[in-house]
Write a protein that binds this ligand. Sequence first.
Ligand code: CIR
Length: 261
Amino acid sequence: MTRSTPTTFTHAITRTPAPSAVHGIRADGGPDPDFPALAAEHDAYVATLRALGLDVTVLPPLNDFPDALFVEDVALTFPEGAILLRPGAATRAGEVAFIGDALAAHHDRRFAMTGPGHVDGGDVLRLADRVIIGLSARTDRTGAEELAALLADLGYKAEIADTPPGVLHFKTGCSLIDAGTILTVPALADCPQFAGLEIVVTPSGEEDAANLLRINETILVGDRWTATHALLAARGHVVRPLPTTQIARIDAGLSCMSLRW
Ligand code: CIR
């Protein structure tokens, strides 16, 4: 099968989870993660990014911000520059101040949202030719429109989409698996902004697999989602299962734990 590969990643930024991560936000209650097991999931994630050849910056834990390991939500990174966001959860707003130095070390061109709107990076899906910004409980239209203007300054076209109710972030429900193909939960399969892309729907019962992470020729997928592994392997992809049980308890998946470019 011939597949085209989207952006090649060479760098990532992550943040070590603090013990407070067990108190991370979760929409539906549920048990706290087990901290040693969560830290082990994060370690495996960082080790995998490095094994795939990425230069990974690991930032120190921030115990005052339980969700700070989810660096994806506070900024966007591109080869051409970086954008500081305004996360929509009040308890996460302060995380932004702690990512700037790491961005400055790598990106000469830096922009920042100034408000009053909000965007979480988990709502921003980068495609080969444009960026989709999903409206959600964390990302509002005012924020999405400000971000679209900043993206235009970086040379990226942006479109604004809806995120289905009950889905935390746009990318909780979908991921790019190659330049022309989206893996999506059924609730997002008819997203008008996916026109022109091939749509692959998550196997029944494996909707949580939709937040996977493609790193160049390898797709990282939660280790519980065996039907999704088989589906992707049958399409010719190299699949790397990773443990995600503990981070899932605080509503997170694989994309959330890094910024990539
Ligand atoms: C939160 O609710 O903000 C965190 N507990 C989970 C963030 C997940 N991030 C992401 O999907 N990009």
